[in-house]
Ligand binder design. Structure first.
Ligand SMILES: NC(=O)c1ccc[n+]([C@@H]2O[C@H](COP(=O)([O-])OP(=O)(O)OC[C@H]3O[C@@H](n4cnc5c(N)ncnc54)[C@H](O)[C@@H]3O)[C@@H](O)[C@H]2O)c1
Length: 330
């Protein structure tokens, strides 16, 4: 088992250089890992270099690089050849959410790496225990779920499958702190992991409210932006319950729970948009209307916003708040 946690000495592989794969390459490269970036399709090869350069420039403009952008780019090898993964400590699979494609990719990876190499999937929803069944030596397989942009978000969800060796997950958990993440470690493979469980409960209730009461999507989003958005990144939801006091919880929950949606059907609004092949900003048609160029404007603004919130979160990590409380005798 690998125990080293010095990024500079650990080569890491990423297979799949789409939206998330590229972003993960950058997150790991700026943490000082030498990277092998495998492009499984031609399109990746055409765009990867420019895309990675743009993302590293974004990191430079945010002031989060220790070395020059050229230094990090020079440590990323883009290749079509899985054999280049041969001395990687971890290989991240980051290809489309398609079981058959992921299965083929694991075959290619395991033919090229030693049995000690950790293999991780960035899947959003496929069960880790199922993916693990396609891999020889399944004890080295786990889910490592990043959030976009991977190089500028604190989120990292590590999930064990039924056969994952606990020590492997704990090593990744430790290493993830070198990537400036605030990782979670889920020892049990539950459907949707943590974040999608919470988000899909919220999506269901938001769409249920819109369908049953006519509340506009704009108003629902406003509530989340200006209420939850103002405290959630600071304290999460459970500490927020403590912060506001727990005395009303019982009465509110008793009256409100029977009114919440517990439907296991896809909400009508989503059925309607999915049947029309609306894919959101990806094709300019979604729950909202988009004009030409709107998707790029959202992407640009989100990238600026991410930078600001990433830097702001640096000033308020949990440890600093705890120290402030300790220093002031709370
Ligand atoms: N987009 C997100 O915000 C997000 C967040 C968390 C997890 N994920 C997960 O990350 C993974 C990748 O998502 P993405 O958003 O980067 O997708 P994407 O569509 O941007 O990229 C998909 C990549 O898959 C690879 N690919 C496509 N067809 C292939 C084939 N036939 N054979 C081998 N490789 C092929 C290519 O590298 C392609 O660039 C998925 O499992 C997704 O669920 C995505």
């Amino acid at each position: 088992m690998i125990t080293n946690t010095e990024p500079g000495k650990l080569r890491i592989g990423v297979v799949g250089l789409g939206l998330m794969g590229s972003s993960i390459v950058v997150a790991l490269a700026i943490s000082d890992h030498p990277i092998i970036a495998i492009a499984p399709i031609k399109q990746d090869l055409e765009y990867a270099h420019n895309y990675l350069s743009e993302e590293i420039s974004h990191c430079a403009s945010a002031g989060i690089l220790v070395q020059s952008p050229e230094y990090y780019l020079s440590r990323i090898t883009i290749s079509e050849d899985y054999a280049d993964l041969c001395d990687c400590a971890i290989v991240f699979e980051c290809v489309v959410e398609d079981l058959e494609i992921k299965k083929r990719v694991y075959q290619n990876i395991q033919q090229s790496v030693p049995v000690t190499t950790i293999i991780a999937s960035n899947t959003s929803a496929l069960p880790i225990s199922l993916l693990q069944s396609f891999v020889k030596n399944p004890e080295r397989f786990l889910g490592i779920h990043w959030a976009e942009p991977a190089y500028m978000s604190r989120f990292l969800e590590i999930t064990c499958g039924d056969l994952t060796k606990k020590e492997n997950a704990e090593w990744v958990y430790k290493l993830a702190h070198c990537w400036k993440k605030e990782p979670t470690l889920l020892a049990k493979d539950i459907r949707g992991f943590i974040t999608n469980r919470l988000m899909y409960a919220l999506y269901r209730e938001a769409l249920h409210l819109s369908e049953s009461t006519g509340i506009s999507l704009q108003d629902l989003d406003k509530c989340l932006k200006y209420d939850a958005g103002s405290w959630m990144t600071f304290m999460g939801i459970l500490r927020r319950m403590d912060f506001y006091g727990l005395n009303d919880y019982y009465t509110i929950a008793k009256n409100l729970f029977p009114k919440l949606s517990n439907s296991n059907q896809i909400p009508k609004t989503m059925q309607e948009v999915l049947i029309k092949d609306f894919r959101g900003t990806k094709n300019g048609k979604g729950l909202y209307e988009y004009q030409d160029g709107d998707a790029q404007k959202w992407e640009h603004s989100f990238s600026q916003y991410n930078k600001d919130i990433y830097l702001l979160a640096d000033d308020f990590p949990y440890g600093v708040i705890q120290k402030h409380l300790d220093d002031n005798g709370f």
